[in-house]
Each structure stands twice: as C-alpha cells, then as structure tokens.
Design a protein around this ligand. Structure first.
Ligand SMILES: Cc1cc2nc3c(=O)[nH]c(=O)nc-3n(C[C@H](O)[C@H](O)[C@H](O)COP(=O)(O)O)c2cc1C
Length: 341
C-alpha cells in the first residue's frame, strides 16, 4: 500500500518537519549511522552519537555465531545506555536460528530496533545464503521475516539492496513482502549485489520505493556532505538517511545533517573539533578494548580523520604506526601546534 504524497513534504529549517516513527519507536532526528563491519563498534558508535547522529547501528551480528555462543559474536553486542537508540543488525539464512537470535537480542534489552541484513555482498556472508543472497530467494526471505517477526516485538527493519542484479524489481517485491509480514521500515541501498560498491547509488529507485510502500524508507548510499543528505531527502521523499563511509572519515556528518534539517545551516567543523574527537575516540577505544588492542585498531582509524588537512601525509603515516595511544595523542597535539603557527 502506497502512502499519501503529502507525507513526503519536507521543509528545511522547520524542526520536526520530518518526524520519524519506526514501529513503536519515536526517533528524534533523521540520520542513521550505517552498520559497518569492523568499524561501528561501541566506541565508534558513541563518538558518532556524541556528534549528533539520531540512531546508530551495530556491526552485523551472525545469528549462527549467537546460536553457538561465539565469544566474538557476543563481544560485538557490547552496548551502553548513552548510545541509544541502537539498531542491532543480524544476518543469517536459517529461519529458526534467525528467530532465536532475534529473541535473544530482544531479551538482552540493548536494542531499540532489530534489523535484518538482506544487503551484504561479502563472500563469507553470501556463501551461507545470507545477506544479499536472500534477495534471490523470495520464499526463504518470507519464511525468515515471518519467523523473526514472531520472535520479537522490537521495531523491525530490513536493509536491502536494489536486488541481486537487474532493475530494482527484487527490492520492490521484498519491500512489499516486508510490509505484509509486519516489518516497520526499510533501509534501502540502491545498488545491486553484483555491483558491490561500484557505480552510484540510484536515487531514483529510492524515490520509486517511497511511492510504492507505506513503510518509512531510510535512504542510503554515497552521502558524503550534508547537502548530499538533503538532496536525497528532498529528491526521493525518503524519511531518513543512513550514512556509512561518509561518517567513517567524518563522524560529524550525521550531526551536521541534523543541524541542516532543523536549522537550515550547518556549523563548519574546525580542525580543533576534529582533534578533540580524535582524542575522545582514543579514550573510548582504550576503555573498551584495552591499550594494546585499541592501539592496533586505532592505527587503521586515526589517519582517516586528518585526510585532506594541510601537510597531513607525514602525520597520517605517524598515526598509522603509533606504538602507544599516548604517542597518538602527542602526535595529534604536535600537528595541531604546527598548524597553528
Ligand atoms: C567497511 C564496510 C562494512 C560494512 N558492513 C556492513 C554490515 O555489517 N551490514 C550492512 O548491512 N552493510 C554493511 N556495509 C554497507 C553499508 O552499511 C552501506 O550500506 C554502504 O556502505 C553504502 O552506504 P555509504 O555510501 O554511506 O557508505 C558495509 C560497508 C563498508 C564500506
């Protein structure tokens, strides 16, 4: 069932003009941090939340991993009240195991939304028949949706691509099925699975989906600036945006989008803002992972933050080799001092 077109009217600078409700959950704001395996751990989610994102998403959680009590899977479910509302994403291909995972995650009391992954195109996931592979199998998709819907009363979303391949018809069919099976919203990354990350997210498919479904649609793909987000909202009529890679390098981005929606302007992020958030992230990583693991992981994260700053090559190199997190902070502060001269 399509929703009335008036629902799509969106005015910049009028707070609340784009109110968002997913099932029973009222959300203040319209930006989601995307699930990013290996990236959106608890410290990073907290950082992006503190920068103003409305909703943050976990990395994808293996339903099978949960079934077998995998320590690694359980670690990925670490959460804290400060990051709420949290969407926890599960992936899998077996309805019973998916339902058990849904029930278990609900019982943990950490999730405000449960999301099912129908979009992952990584080999490891596709091999199990999960993620985007499900878009080729509507009957199995329906069985999973039914089983998960029965297993949890949490607001339920699905994250889909435009299909395994083709024109978008698989996405439209899955969205219709989701609506019939009691799903509460759809996250749409309009690229096919065979495309991976090549080409562009096809915004026109988002526009067509919002016109076909009564469910809220969260548009995703290629948002790297606040105006990209605004363009997606206004051109497609989607209800919210989800930001992945853009937030990896600029954790302020979802918050900037919120400001643009509510006030019509965004405050530019200064170098000092970035340095303070880098220090904050270091602190959050050390608290969560401990010094050794934090240091190893931060070598891959911190260099993103200074990309594009004057004379950043040397400092990026230094950050990618930090022996301790104290050294990381010294490197950041020395660079900040150099920039101030
Ligand atoms: C490193 C990385 C990890 C990802 N992990 C997941 C994941 O766990 N679950 C998922 O549904 N999508 C995952 N994605 C896809 C993103 O959530 C998002 O749909 C995609 O990157 C397009 O959005 P963007 O252009 O804003 O990055 C991942 C993408 C990247 C780059």
């Amino acid at each position: 069932m399509a929703r009335p077109l008036t629902d799509h009217i969106f005015t910049v600078g009028s707070p609340g003009s784009l109110s968002l409700k997913i099932g029973s959950l009222h959300i203040r704001g319209n930006t989601f941090l995307a699930p990013l395996a290996g990236i959106t751990n608890l410290p990073f989610r907290r950082l992006v939340k503190e920068c103003g994102a409305a909703v943050v998403c976990s990395e994808m959680i293996s339903a099978k991993g949960l079934f077998y009590n995998s320590e690694k899977t359980l670690t990925l479910l670490a959460s804290c009240p400060e990051e709420r509302p949290l969407s926890v994403q599960v992936f899998g291909a077996e309805p019973d195991i998916m339902a058990r995972a849904a029930a278990e995650i609900s019982a943990m009391g950490i999730a405000d939304i449960l999301d099912i992954n129908f979009g992952c195109s990584v080999k490891k996931v596709l091999k199990q028949g999960a993620g985007a592979a499900l878009m080729k199998h509507p009957a199995m998709s329906r069985t999973i949706l039914k089983a998960v819907r029965r297993a949890t009363s949490l607001p339920l979303t699905i994250k889909i691509r435009s299909g395994w391949d083709g024109s978008g018809s698989q996405a439209f069919a899955l969205a219709e099925m989701a609506e019939q099976e009691g799903v509460d919203a759809i996250v749409f990354h309009p690229r096919t699975a065979t495309q991976g990350f090549k080409g562009h997210a096809d915004r026109d498919l988002i526009r067509r989906l919002t016109q076909r479904t009564a469910l809220p649609v969260i548009g995703n793909g290629d948002i790297t600036t606040p105006s990209d987000a605004l363009a997606m909202l206004t051109q497609t009529g989607c209800d919210a945006v989800m930001i992945g890679r853009g937030a990896m390098i600029n954790p302020f981005l979802p918050g900037q989008v919120e400001a643009l929606i509510a006030q019509g302007v965004t405050r530019p992020v200064t170098a000092s803002d970035i340095f303070r958030k880098m220090e904050r992230l270091i602190g959050l990583y050390v608290t969560h992972f401990g010094e050794t693991t934090a240091c190893r992981m931060l070598r891959g994260r911190l260099p993103w933050f200074v990309k594009g700053m004057p004379g950043c090559t040397e400092v990026r190199m230094a950050l990618s080799r930090i022996p301790t997190t104290d050294q990381a902070i010294e490197t950041i502060q020395a660079y900040e001092y150099r920039l101030s001269l």
